[in-house]
Write a protein that binds this ligand. Structure first.
Ligand SMILES: [Zn+2]
Length: 212
């Protein structure tokens, strides 16, 4: 299965591939899509349309997996988008992708093209800590229960320290850890889905629709 993966860093993309394979139960061949080494959410949001067009018109990829961190924006909830939350990055991305899709013309190879969107709450490092001692209280529920934004139970910097031992890992080291943790989580992907039902669950649900 050929797929494009766009996330906030090449390290995240390596992990997302492994997690998506665990959901789909098939091997993924990644279609290289990253345009430049820009890291962070604005860099990927800026390139998502160009990446989608490249995948759609110039490859045989069957879709794009797009994963971003929620950072300090709202958590995605099942009642969205009916009860719209303009601060939800997952819903914003979905809207954006839908608009991009509407602007696409017929595909020469007629292969159906899908999107799968995930939101790491508050950052992908929380996923990497899932089902470890350090990750016990770093689930979506823990994050949601901390209502006051100024008193979040943990922040991204702390998550990075727990995962990499530093908040500024080199890309090769970050990639190595991301692959190691994703491989561990892939052994029973339901645990990640239970602990991150909205952000990772959305991604998993989208992916499962691809193979129905
Ligand atoms: Zn949402």
């Amino acid at each position: 299965m050929r797929i494009g993966i766009l996330s906030e860093s090449p390290a995240d993309e390596a992990a997302v591939k492994i997690l998506a394979e665990a959901v789909l139960e098939v091997e993924i061949e990644v279609e290289p899509v990253r345009l430049r080494d820009g890291r962070g959410v604005s860099a990927v949001l800026n390139q998502v349309e160009v990446v989608t067009r490249k995948l759609y018109y110039s490859t045989e990829a069957c879709g794009l997996i797009f994963v971003v961190d929620s950072d300090d924006t709202s958590m995605h909830l099942p009642e969205h988008p009916l009860q719209k939350d303009d601060d939800c990055r997952l819903c914003q991305v979905r809207e954006n992708l839908q608009e991009i899709k509407e602007r696409l013309n017929l595909r020469y190879n007629q292969i159906p093209f899908n999107f799968a969107v995930g939101l790491a709450i508050p950052a992908v490092e929380a996923w990497y800590l899932c089902n470890t001692k350090d990750g016990m209280n770093k689930t979506e529920t823990a994050w949601f229960n901390a209502k006051d934004k100024k008193q979040k139970p943990y922040n991204r910097k702390q998550l990075k320290h727990l995962v990499y031992g530093t908040d500024r890992p080199s890309l090769p080291f970050e990639t190595k850890i991301a692959i190691r943790e994703a491989t561990r989580l892939a052994q029973d992907i339901s645990i990640l889905e239970q602990n991150f039902p909205n952000g990772f669950g959305s991604l998993a649900n989208d992916l499962r629709k691809w193979i129905q």
